[in-house]
Ligand binder design. Structure first.
Ligand SMILES: Cc1cc2nc3c(=O)[nH]c(=O)nc-3n(C[C@H](O)[C@H](O)[C@H](O)COP(=O)(O)O)c2cc1C
Length: 108
């Protein structure tokens, strides 16, 4: 399937099989792929919580408009933005390195 087909055929999923076995290997693969998403300065300023425990998912459901799928999904992710995940030194040093590299003069 090419990118155009993936984009056209992708859908949000609302119904989940709670008994579906999602192995840790499959989870790792999904997370590895998701972590390829681009981010500013490639800082990847996010943290991930992986919920399998029903009680934990129930707590999240209460905070998510009581949507049943939060608990029905065998695995639920919470993606947390890292608010302290901005560029170091206010971005100046890092931005300088990127600038130098783009001109082929930097060693960073
Ligand atoms: C940031 C974000 C949050 C969303 N939150 C919910 C949600 O809480 N409940 C829900 O049923 N769908 C949620 N959706 C899915 C959207 O409703 C869905 O993407 C939209 O209706 C378009 O449908 P499609 O993704 O199948 O094209 C969310 C989508 C995004 C991007």
């Amino acid at each position: 399937m090419n990118y155009k087909e993936i984009t056209e055929k992708r859908r949000a999923i609302n119904l989940f099989d709670p008994d579906r076995n999602v192995t840790n290997e499959l989870l790792s693969e999904m997370i590895d792929l998701a972590a390829r998403a681009p981010s500013s300065f490639n800082l990847q300023p996010w943290n991930l919580m992986v919920l399998r425990d029903t009680a934990a998912k129930e707590k999240l459901k209460a905070l998510a408009w009581d949507q049943p799928k939060v608990v029905e999904a065998p695995v639920t992710f919470i993606v947390l933005a890292d608010m302290a995940g901005g560029p170091p030194h206010g971005g100046k040093k890092l931005a300088g390195n990127v600038e130098q590299r783009s001109h082929g003069t930097g060693s960073a």
